[in-house]
Design a protein around this ligand. Structure first.
Ligand SMILES: [Zn+2]
Length: 207
Protein backbone atom coordinates (compact mmCIF):
# COMPACT_ATOMS: atom_id res chain seq x y z
CA UNK A 1 0.00 0.00 0.00
CA UNK A 2 2.93 2.29 0.69
CA UNK A 3 3.72 3.10 -2.94
CA UNK A 4 0.23 4.38 -3.59
CA UNK A 5 0.53 6.93 -0.83
CA UNK A 6 3.88 8.14 -1.99
CA UNK A 7 2.57 8.75 -5.49
CA UNK A 8 -0.47 10.41 -3.98
CA UNK A 9 1.74 13.14 -2.53
CA UNK A 10 1.69 14.81 -5.93
CA UNK A 11 -1.79 16.26 -5.86
CA UNK A 12 -1.69 17.45 -9.44
CA UNK A 13 -1.63 13.85 -10.54
CA UNK A 14 -5.37 13.57 -10.78
CA UNK A 15 -5.52 10.19 -12.53
CA UNK A 16 -3.30 8.59 -9.96
CA UNK A 17 -5.48 10.01 -7.21
CA UNK A 18 -8.56 8.51 -8.79
CA UNK A 19 -6.94 5.09 -8.98
CA UNK A 20 -5.75 5.33 -5.39
CA UNK A 21 -9.16 6.43 -4.18
CA UNK A 22 -10.87 3.54 -5.95
CA UNK A 23 -8.43 1.06 -4.46
CA UNK A 24 -8.81 2.52 -0.97
CA UNK A 25 -12.57 2.57 -1.22
CA UNK A 26 -12.61 -1.05 -2.29
CA UNK A 27 -10.24 -2.06 0.48
CA UNK A 28 -11.39 0.05 3.45
CA UNK A 29 -14.78 1.55 2.53
CA UNK A 30 -15.87 5.16 2.98
CA UNK A 31 -15.44 7.32 6.05
CA UNK A 32 -18.70 7.71 8.00
CA UNK A 33 -17.89 11.31 8.76
CA UNK A 34 -16.60 12.88 5.51
CA UNK A 35 -17.49 10.18 2.98
CA UNK A 36 -13.98 10.07 1.53
CA UNK A 37 -12.33 6.66 1.10
CA UNK A 38 -10.73 5.43 4.33
CA UNK A 39 -6.95 5.15 4.17
CA UNK A 40 -6.78 2.18 6.56
CA UNK A 41 -8.97 -0.15 8.58
CA UNK A 42 -11.51 2.16 10.29
CA UNK A 43 -9.12 5.01 9.58
CA UNK A 44 -9.72 8.25 7.66
CA UNK A 45 -6.52 10.26 7.39
CA UNK A 46 -8.37 13.56 6.84
CA UNK A 47 -10.74 13.29 9.81
CA UNK A 48 -8.26 11.69 12.17
CA UNK A 49 -5.42 14.10 11.50
CA UNK A 50 -7.82 16.97 12.16
CA UNK A 51 -8.73 15.43 15.51
CA UNK A 52 -5.04 15.07 16.40
CA UNK A 53 -4.37 18.66 15.35
CA UNK A 54 -7.05 19.93 17.73
CA UNK A 55 -5.25 18.20 20.59
CA UNK A 56 -1.72 19.43 19.84
CA UNK A 57 -1.87 21.97 22.66
CA UNK A 58 -2.96 19.32 25.16
CA UNK A 59 0.39 17.52 25.40
CA UNK A 60 4.10 18.17 25.07
CA UNK A 61 7.22 16.05 25.41
CA UNK A 62 9.16 19.09 26.59
CA UNK A 63 11.37 18.77 23.51
CA UNK A 64 10.49 20.69 20.34
CA UNK A 65 12.00 18.09 18.01
CA UNK A 66 10.12 15.24 19.58
CA UNK A 67 6.86 17.21 19.57
CA UNK A 68 7.27 17.90 15.86
CA UNK A 69 8.17 14.29 15.13
CA UNK A 70 5.07 12.98 16.91
CA UNK A 71 2.80 15.65 15.42
CA UNK A 72 3.92 14.78 11.89
CA UNK A 73 3.31 11.09 12.48
CA UNK A 74 -0.20 11.95 13.69
CA UNK A 75 -0.97 14.16 10.70
CA UNK A 76 0.40 11.66 8.17
CA UNK A 77 -0.83 8.37 9.60
CA UNK A 78 -2.79 6.33 7.05
CA UNK A 79 -3.68 3.81 9.74
CA UNK A 80 -3.09 3.25 13.44
CA UNK A 81 0.21 1.43 12.83
CA UNK A 82 1.79 4.60 11.49
CA UNK A 83 0.72 6.61 14.48
CA UNK A 84 2.85 7.89 17.36
CA UNK A 85 1.73 9.34 20.67
CA UNK A 86 3.35 11.15 23.53
CA UNK A 87 2.98 8.66 26.39
CA UNK A 88 3.24 10.28 29.83
CA UNK A 89 5.47 8.21 32.12
CA UNK A 90 2.82 8.41 34.83
CA UNK A 91 0.50 6.31 32.62
CA UNK A 92 3.00 3.44 32.76
CA UNK A 93 2.97 0.81 35.51
CA UNK A 94 5.10 -2.11 36.71
CA UNK A 95 8.15 -0.71 34.97
CA UNK A 96 10.74 -3.43 35.15
CA UNK A 97 14.44 -3.07 34.49
CA UNK A 98 15.91 -5.19 31.69
CA UNK A 99 17.35 -8.56 32.64
CA UNK A 100 21.11 -8.80 32.44
CA UNK A 101 22.36 -8.62 28.86
CA UNK A 102 19.07 -7.18 27.60
CA UNK A 103 18.12 -3.59 27.03
CA UNK A 104 14.33 -3.52 26.94
CA UNK A 105 12.17 -2.44 29.85
CA UNK A 106 8.82 -4.07 30.42
CA UNK A 107 5.82 -1.94 31.44
CA UNK A 108 2.04 -1.74 31.32
CA UNK A 109 0.49 1.20 29.50
CA UNK A 110 -2.77 1.88 31.30
CA UNK A 111 -4.44 3.55 28.30
CA UNK A 112 -3.48 1.08 25.59
CA UNK A 113 -3.03 2.18 22.00
CA UNK A 114 -5.44 3.89 19.64
CA UNK A 115 -7.54 1.70 17.39
CA UNK A 116 -9.93 4.18 15.77
CA UNK A 117 -11.91 7.38 16.28
CA UNK A 118 -15.47 7.19 17.55
CA UNK A 119 -16.93 9.93 15.34
CA UNK A 120 -20.11 10.33 17.33
CA UNK A 121 -18.34 10.95 20.64
CA UNK A 122 -15.18 12.38 19.03
CA UNK A 123 -13.12 10.10 21.25
CA UNK A 124 -10.36 7.65 20.46
CA UNK A 125 -11.21 4.00 20.97
CA UNK A 126 -8.23 2.20 22.41
CA UNK A 127 -7.02 -1.37 22.59
CA UNK A 128 -6.39 -2.69 26.08
CA UNK A 129 -7.04 -5.85 28.03
CA UNK A 130 -8.05 -6.85 31.52
CA UNK A 131 -4.90 -7.31 33.58
CA UNK A 132 -4.78 -10.69 35.30
CA UNK A 133 -1.18 -11.51 36.25
CA UNK A 134 0.05 -7.96 36.65
CA UNK A 135 -0.67 -7.65 40.38
CA UNK A 136 1.84 -10.36 41.31
CA UNK A 137 4.79 -8.43 40.02
CA UNK A 138 3.45 -5.14 41.40
CA UNK A 139 4.87 -6.29 44.78
CA UNK A 140 8.34 -6.74 43.38
CA UNK A 141 10.54 -4.07 45.04
CA UNK A 142 12.58 -3.73 41.84
CA UNK A 143 9.79 -2.33 39.72
CA UNK A 144 8.73 1.29 39.42
CA UNK A 145 5.20 2.73 39.39
CA UNK A 146 3.54 -0.44 40.73
CA UNK A 147 0.04 -1.19 39.46
CA UNK A 148 -2.68 -0.11 41.89
CA UNK A 149 -5.53 -2.41 42.86
CA UNK A 150 -8.15 -0.18 41.22
CA UNK A 151 -6.31 -0.26 37.88
CA UNK A 152 -7.73 -3.14 35.91
CA UNK A 153 -6.90 -2.53 32.28
CA UNK A 154 -3.82 -1.93 30.17
CA UNK A 155 -1.47 -3.25 27.52
CA UNK A 156 2.04 -4.66 28.02
CA UNK A 157 4.66 -2.55 26.28
CA UNK A 158 8.43 -2.48 25.83
CA UNK A 159 10.52 0.63 26.52
CA UNK A 160 13.88 1.23 24.89
CA UNK A 161 16.21 4.08 25.71
CA UNK A 162 16.95 6.44 22.87
CA UNK A 163 20.69 6.76 22.90
CA UNK A 164 21.96 10.11 24.10
CA UNK A 165 18.49 11.58 24.12
CA UNK A 166 19.58 14.80 25.79
CA UNK A 167 20.38 16.40 22.41
CA UNK A 168 17.95 14.42 20.32
CA UNK A 169 17.22 15.95 16.94
CA UNK A 170 14.63 15.62 14.27
CA UNK A 171 16.84 13.90 11.67
CA UNK A 172 17.91 11.32 14.18
CA UNK A 173 14.28 10.55 14.98
CA UNK A 174 13.36 10.19 11.32
CA UNK A 175 16.29 7.91 10.66
CA UNK A 176 15.34 5.86 13.66
CA UNK A 177 11.78 5.54 12.44
CA UNK A 178 12.86 4.63 8.91
CA UNK A 179 15.28 2.03 10.18
CA UNK A 180 12.62 0.65 12.46
CA UNK A 181 9.87 0.45 9.84
CA UNK A 182 12.16 -1.25 7.34
CA UNK A 183 13.35 -3.70 9.87
CA UNK A 184 10.20 -4.66 11.70
CA UNK A 185 7.09 -3.20 10.19
CA UNK A 186 4.93 -5.68 12.03
CA UNK A 187 5.90 -4.23 15.41
CA UNK A 188 4.75 -0.62 15.28
CA UNK A 189 6.31 2.16 17.27
CA UNK A 190 3.59 3.32 19.64
CA UNK A 191 5.13 6.48 20.92
CA UNK A 192 7.73 8.11 23.10
CA UNK A 193 7.93 8.58 26.84
CA UNK A 194 10.44 10.14 29.23
CA UNK A 195 11.87 8.77 32.44
CA UNK A 196 11.46 11.81 34.73
CA UNK A 197 14.37 10.82 37.00
CA UNK A 198 17.00 10.34 34.34
CA UNK A 199 15.21 12.65 31.89
CA UNK A 200 16.08 10.33 29.00
CA UNK A 201 13.53 9.61 26.29
CA UNK A 202 12.33 6.11 25.54
CA UNK A 203 10.67 4.51 22.52
CA UNK A 204 7.53 2.50 23.30
CA UNK A 205 6.49 -0.59 21.32
CA UNK A 206 4.06 -3.42 22.03
CA UNK A 207 5.62 -6.07 24.26
ZN1 LIG B 1 -13.22 11.26 7.07
Amino acid sequence: MKDFFEENDDESDYINNEIVNDLLKEEFGLCFQCNRPNTGENWCKVCNSEKFRQDFDKWTSGNENIDKFIQEAQLNANNNFELLEWIPYNRLRNIKLPAQGEFVYYAIWLDGWIDHLDYEKQEWRRIFNKLEQAYNIANDPNIRNPLQSNENYGQPVALKNLSDSSDINYDFLNEYKEWWSNDSYLIPLLGITQDPDKSNYMIVTPW
